[in-house]
Design a protein around this ligand. Structure first.
Ligand code: F6R
Length: 616
């Protein structure tokens, strides 16, 4: 989703801005641009469709310098992917503005500005805001007041960063519902949509709150709250490493992140389990009292994070004996929800900035839940700041758009929460000990699962010419099948659907023929025999089976009717039925990755997708 960077310094800021955009590439974008204030009240502007590297080339071909500038990577919402629609937008060659979000009432403001003689060069809602601010500046307001007046007229979601080349002492920013951070340097200050962009130049940040406007100068920052009062926002020192976003020896970030999973899961569990139990207070100081009262759990998330929630539902009901509902955030937020008594609201999000999840959280806060609990990977995110209790996954920055290590670390974090609820609700100590021991082994078992890669790479070749695929699983492995299908479709562009295996004969079986690969996840549990019957139904229709099974599952290639030229059976240690959903996710990630590589897609930045979905 769109990326924002801005800088005001004593040195040329061009390289800082370009590097900032590069570090935000993982969010997904389709065009970029950069503007610098020039001596004499003029401004220099470069914009291009395509990658940041192309923008850098364009700047190199026609170089410029400036101590004040802004840069943007755009993910099209209003208007197509064209240079004219790329940001920064400019008014009368003096006001330059970049924007994330959507201005809902831009058409009416545009009409009123047209009436005042403004000419529009793009189809965007952003250009409207640029001229609106210019109009206030023209009336004699300084830039800060002009922004304050302009935002009063806007409805929608936005993070705005603007400068006036004729008042080159400041950048002014404003936000509603789109993240914006200010980074503090030595005699220089920065703004961005995400701390990642600024890690090479600062680690000291403030996070703007809803309705804030800030006047950012080289040596001072003044923040005004939604009512116009000057406020202090708390400073945070980021612990993120600037190098964590380097790809190293790996061909893609996604592959690197798949291989980082053993360490990421170990980091997520570290210091949270000891003496065969989940340590008290890892969820926050007042968590224990709150968790004691929980009689229902409502999980809300999107995409891969939602799949994590689906696995946790099985754990919650089977181990803690507490009813659990799981819902997609974009549905939950617009529904008239009935909240059961003593219900805990749990959100799951890698980025902590997903607009639908944040909206669902803010909705939930009005509905009388016992409390809100976030499982999140980004400490500085809005979700973390707005939730009562937080359990951080410690996956480190996830750059590949397709979520991998965030997913398995979410499962580890959800397992901790569900084990704690299970303990509180009387799961026998011996059983709890076994489960904690199993969870502790997860990094090692995931590490072993990665060793299936050569085998998986080979069978990926069989998917290259395919148009569609079906993924099957039962119980906790149904969400694993959903996740396997999502991974394959988003990066290889092969149409893929996940189903509970028992649902096959209620419709999807009609699709099965010799052309249809069917991928199944077969654990060693009480549902194995049922799954085997479903797989026999697939074979009877000539479908090609690719089965990932626990090493001890009573299933063999002959039985399944798979052989060298038709399907495959890959057996691996899935580590026990509690952790197996996380383990069996790994070969499905590898499958999607290698199919995508063979099909030559843009693995880390698949078409039309963004890493952080900060708009609806
Ligand atoms: C798929 C994927 C998305 C995200 C979804 C939620 O690989 O990454 O489906 O899981 O957009 O994002 P977060 O977890 O940041 O809320």
């Amino acid at each position: 989703m769109c990326g924002i960077v801005g800088a005001i310094a004593q040195r040329d800021v061009t390289a800082i801005l370009v590097e900032g955009l590069r570090r935000l590439e993982y969010r997904g974008y389709d065009s970029t641009g950069l503007a610098l204030a020039q001596p004499g009240g003029d401004l220099a502007l470069w914009r291009t469709v395509g990658k940041v590297a192309r923008l850098a080339e364009k700047i190199k071909a026609n170089p410029g310098e400036g101590v004040l500038g802004v840069a943007h990577s755009r993910w099209a919402t209003h208007g197509g992917v064209t240079e004219a629609n790329a940001h920064p937008h400019v008014s009368e060659n003096r006001i330059a503005l970049i924007h994330n979000g959507i201005i809902e009432n831009y058409l009416e403001i545009r009409e009123s500005l047209r009436g005042k003689g403004y000419v529009f060069h793009s189809e965007t809602d952003t250009e409207v805001v640029t001229h609106l601010i210019h109009d206030f500046v023209k009336q004699g307001h300084d830039l800060t007041d002009a922004v304050k007046l302009a935002v009063k007229q806007l409805t929608g979601a936005y993070a705005i960063v603007v400068f006036d080349a004729q008042q080159p002492d400041r950048i002014v920013v404003a936000r509603i519902a789109s993240p914006l951070v200010i980074g503090f340097g030595n005699g220089e200050n920065f703004v961005a949509s995400d701390v990642q962009a600024l890690l090479p130049v600062t680690r000291s940040f403030i996070f703007l709150e809803e309705g804030d406007v800030a006047d950012v100068r080289r040596d001072s920052v003044t923040v005004f709250d939604a009512r116009g009062r000057v406020v202090e926002r708390k400073r945070h020192e980021s612990s993120l490493s600037a190098d964590a976003v380097e790809r190293g020896e790996y061909a893609h970030y996604m592959l690197k992140e798949i291989h980082e999973q053993p360490q990421a899961i170990a980091d997520t569990l570290e210091g949270r389990i000891a003496n065969d139990r989940v340590l008290p207070n890892i969820f926050g100081v007042d968590a224990d009292a709150l968790l004691q009262r929980v009689r229902h759990v409502q999980i809300v998330a999107c995409g891969t994070s939602y799949h994590g929630g689906l696995v946790a539902r099985y754990w919650c009901e089977a181990l803690a004996g507490i009813p659990c509902s799981v819902e997609i955030a974009s549905e939950y937020r617009y529904r008239d929800v009935v909240v059961p008594k003593d219900s805990l609201f749990v959100t799951i999000s890698q980025s902590g900035e997903t607009a639908d999840t944040l909206a669902a959280l803010s909705q939930a806060k009005k509905l009388g839940y016992l409390g809100t609990f976030a499982i999140c990977n980004v400490p500085e995110s809005s979700l973390v700041r707005e939730s009562d209790l937080v359990l951080m996954t410690r996956a480190g920055p996830e750059i590949g758009v397709a979520s991998t290590k965030a997913n398995t670390t979410q499962l580890a974090a959800l397992a901790l929460l569900m084990l704690e609820l299970a303990r509180i609700n009387g799961l026998p100590a011996e059983r709890l000990r076994e489960l904690v021991a199993e969870l502790t082994s997860l990094p090692r078992v995931v590490d072993a699962a990665l060793k299936t890669e050569p085998e998986v790479r080979k069978l990926a070749e069989r998917f290259v010419p395919k148009q569609s695929a079906i993924f099957l699983g039962r119980g906790t492995y149904w969400p694993v099948a959903l996740e396997g299908a999502l991974k394959l479709k988003e990066i290889s562009y092969i149409h893929a659907e996940g189903y509970p295996a028992g649902e096959l004969k209620h419709g999807p079986l009609a699709l099965v023929d010799a052309e249809m690969p069917v991928v199944a996840v077969a654990p060693n549990d009480h549902l194995l025999e049922k799954l085997k019957s479903n797989l026999a139904e697939v074979r009877a229709r000539g479908g090609e089976l690719f089965v990932f099974a626990d090493a001890n599952a009573d299933i063999d290639a002959h039985q399944l009717g798979v052989h060298e030229a038709h399907g495959a059976l890959v057996k691996l240690d899935s580590g026990g039925n509690f952790i197996a959903p996380a383990v069996l996710t790994v070969p499905l990630q590898l499958l999607a990755y290698h199919v995508a590589v063979l099909r030559g897609t843009d693995v880390d930045q698949p078409r039309n997708l963004a890493k952080s979905v900060t708009v609806e």
